[in-house]
Design a protein around this ligand. Structure first.
Ligand code: VG1
Ligand code: CO
Length: 583
């Protein structure tokens, strides 16, 4: 097969956000937009690898253009000196599964074709996430080789910035246009001679579910979970909704085949669809409303949903009892001894993203473990896990995971919860109440104002940045517009972070206002949207009066939220008087 060098025009807007590059699907399909980005990725990879031939994994969440994109990557990998490409069967592989395959098969990186929780289809969004070695600093070289290799995870900022620089200078793309008609449905290995290459190009079509299931079986006690679901204490009915994303095959295989619990496990939307059946594949109370409705009748003890690419999870208890992701992280952190993996590997520290509530901080304090607070985005946990500073981490955005891989992992969270239910108590609600009784309760909520047109959101953030710089609000006392509560500001800053492992510095990660009672407000702009700007407002407050534990979080936080809206002048800047999503 001959290599063709095709001229192209660079784009100026291919800057990866919180997790990869996301744009409307049509943008990716037109004008070689997708090809340009992939070429920049390969150029960066080859530079980083000093032209050593790389082995990579490619998979996606099944949305529109994933299969075509996979075929394009095959043609481009052949022309860009890639030694071997592991390709997911039918292009389908969840984000956590890609991380699992990277580690198991010792590859140099991976590409996930997904816009994650953004809706899919020709009129919605597409995206590319990539995992790569962070270059192997001395630290990694000496201490943390995994199977003799550098640890890989979501590309850190140094890498995403380098790829971005390349996208703006690109003049051509390279591909092997005759590499067509590859059967993506049949497992097996193929080799191709490529003109001008001394070594052949290899492809292996793999079933990622196999590798992933093996990993889960090495982490959890499947017999114990089987026994919870269909064992001697009677059936424990649960409901799992895959929102027509990539998780369907994983759910069916794990719950029906491996756990042999078909009788107890009701599944929904486990057929992967290119437009996710019109679902917005984001597991929260708004977009996974179907699960909430299904749970309300009280027929299921436990419910869970995943996002498009399977790294997010939502956990519900009987009758739809909602477990906030912040509490989910804290409860799992407090009960890791229910999971064989942690008995074997020990528990290092914990970490959360900055806007995530402080619930896990209290578990860390009680267990005398370190707690790290990082910017939003899973890439910031990688170094901490590689250097064994943390074992478990999470984000308020329905992301939970551990150091078994380098991505958040929805199925892992569900199996972790089932392990706790099997060992501690068969009621999600009771587990939460016991947790609050021990640690107190952090009330948390997030308001999203999605897809706002115009400069308003940027101007709002700019004004808040100015207030930070001038230290304008320090020691100021406010009376909340709703509920007449008093709050005094003890800190207002623009969150920045220095990675304790490699010293890399990241700034402007969200405006944070902390009050004397420990309550916090955070304002950020989303880095995953594909249209307009999305403002996120986070509120976190702590109570240790047991009479409050059963109260509604929205009611408890209304005064604080009303103050947030006033301080930021959100309505004035955005024209919105209501959020589009509340979690
Ligand atoms: C959002 C979440 C963040 C998460 C990211 C990727 O980012 O807030 O916590 O890591 O999505 O999740 P942002 O910048 O829009 O707030 V996934 O499942 O879409 O890869
Ligand atoms: Co996701």
């Amino acid at each position: 097969h001959a290599i063709e060098t095709r001229p192209t025009k660079p784009f100026t807007d291919q800057k990866p956000g919180t997790s990869g590059l996301r744009k409307p699907t049509k943008t990716f399909i037109e004008n070689q937009y997708f090809e340009n980005f992939i070429q920049a990725y390969f150029d960066d990879l080859n530079e980083r690898n000093k032209d050593k031939q790389a082995t990579l994994v490619v998979g996606g969440d099944g949305r529109h253009f994933v299969r075509e994109g996979t075929r394009i990557i095959i043609q481009m990998a052949a022309a860009n000196n890639v030694k071997k490409l592991f390709v997911a069967r039918d292009g389908l592989m969840s984000t956590p599964s890609v991380s699992c395959v990277i580690r198991k098969r010792n590859t140099d990186g991976g590409i996930v074709l997904t816009a994650s929780h953004n809706p899919g289809g020709i009129d919605n969004d597409f995206g590319v996430k990539f995992n790569i070695s962070n270059g192997g600093s001395d630290f990694f070289d000496r201490n943390t080789k995994f199977n003799g290799k550098f640890c890989l995870g979501p590309a850190p900022e140094a890498v995403t910035n380098s790829v971005y620089d390349k996208t703006r200078q690109l003049t051509n793309i390279r591909l092997c246009p005759t590499l067509v008609n590859i059967d993506l449905l049949t497992l097996g290995k193929h080799t191709y001679e490529i003109e001008g290459r001394s070594t052949p190009f290899e492809i292996e079509i793999i079933d990622s579910v196999d590798d992933y299931v093996q990993l889960m079986k090495s982490i959890f006690d499947f017999d114990k979970i089987h026994n919870l679901l269909v064992g001697d204490k009677g059936k424990f009915p649960i409901m799992i909704n895959a929102l027509s994303g990539v998780m369907g095959p994983y759910v069916l295989r794990i719950f029906h085949e491996e756990l042999k619990a078909k009788d107890a496990v009701t599944v929904k939307n486990c057929q992967n669809l290119e437009d996710f059946g019109g679902h917005h594949p984001d597991p929260n109370l708004t977009y996974a409303h179907e699960l909430v409705e299904d749970m309300k009748h009280g027929d299921f003890e436990f419910g869970a949903a995943f996002d498009g690419d399977g790294d997010r999870n939502m956990i519900l208890g009987k009758s739809g009892f909602f477990v906030t992701p912040c509490d989910s992280l804290a409860v799992l952190a407090a009960n890791l001894d229910c999971i064989p993996y942690f008995k074997k590997h020990g528990i290092h520290g914990y970490a959360r993203s900055m806007p995530t509530s402080g619930a896990v901080d209290r578990v860390a304090a009680k267990n005398q473990k370190s707690l790290y607070e990082v910017p939003t985005g899973w890439k910031f946990f990688g170094n901490l896990m590689d250097s064994k500073l943390i074992s478990i981490c999470g984000e308020e955005s329905f992301g939970t995971g551990s150091d078994h891989i380098r991505e958040k992992d929805g199925m892992w969270a569900v199996l972790s919860w089932l392990s706790v239910l099997a060992n501690v108590d068969r009621s999600v609600e009771k587990i939460l109440h016991a947790h609050w009784t021990t640690f107190g309760r952090n009330f948390f909520t997030r308001y999203d104002y999605e897809e706002i047109d115009g400069p308003g959101p940027f101007a709002m953030l700019k004004r808040l940045e100015g207030m930070c710089m001038a230290n304008e609000l320090l020691n100021k006392t406010f009376v909340t517009p709703y509920g007449n509560k008093e709050y005094t500001v003890t800190l207002m800053d623009d969150f920045h972070y220095t990675d304790p492992v490699d010293g890399s510095y990241t700034e402007k990660q969200g405006i944070r206002i902390v009050f004397t009672d420990g309550s916090r407000l955070v304002f950020r702009l989303s880095g995953t949207g594909a249209r307009g700007a999305t403002v996120r407002l986070y509120a976190d407050s702590y109570e240790n009066d047991p009479s409050t534990y059963t109260k509604d979080a929205q009611e408890m936080l209304r005064p604080l939220v009303s103050l947030a809206l006033e301080i930021a002048q959100l309505k004035e800047f955005t024209g919105r008087d209501k959020p589009t999503v509340i979690t």
